[in-house]
Design a protein around this ligand. Structure first.
Ligand SMILES: [Zn+2]
Length: 135
């Protein structure tokens, strides 16, 4: 898959370090790792603002669409239109829908169809992949 923003692994490591990203941010965003549930910094955060891709700053979610899914990861019921690209993920013996940043291809998490109204969606994100800019 092709994304507008392309960088080498070394460049991404440098960018993430310069932003003070979490230690696992590179593995999560560039190698599709999943952080352990209830360990991410945003799971219990309810501040107003907007959530952005930790790699390129793309605006992904508004804080008003974050909800407590009880699953251990920050969850949202609606993404900013066009901000996220969905990919069918057949790893780990399951069929899931992977979500990546439409600008830089960063792995963010997965989207499931068991979220609340009005969308019925649950964007299950890794805290290490997103960056809250508080209002
Ligand atoms: Zn991005």
């Amino acid at each position: 898959m092709d994304f507008p923003i392309k960088k080498t692994d070394a460049e991404w490591r440098e960018i993430l370090a310069a932003k003070g990203a979490e230690p696992r941010a590179f593995e999560v965003t560039r190698q599709a790792h999943t952080e352990r549930p209830f360990t991410g910094k945003y799971e219990e955060i309810w501040a107003d603002g907007s959530y952005h891709c930790i790699c390129c700053g793309n605006h992904l979610f508004d804080a008003g669409t974050k909800f407590d899914a009880g699953c251990g990861w920050p969850s949202f019921w609606k993404a900013v239109p066009g901000a996220i690209t969905e990919i069918v993920d057949r790893s780990h013996g399951m069929v899931r829908t992977e979500t990546v940043c439409s600008q830089c291809g960063a792995h963010l998490g997965h989207v499931f169809e068991d979220g609340p109204a009005p969308t019925g969606l649950r964007y299950c994100m890794n805290s290490a992949a997103i960056d809250l800019q508080e209002k």
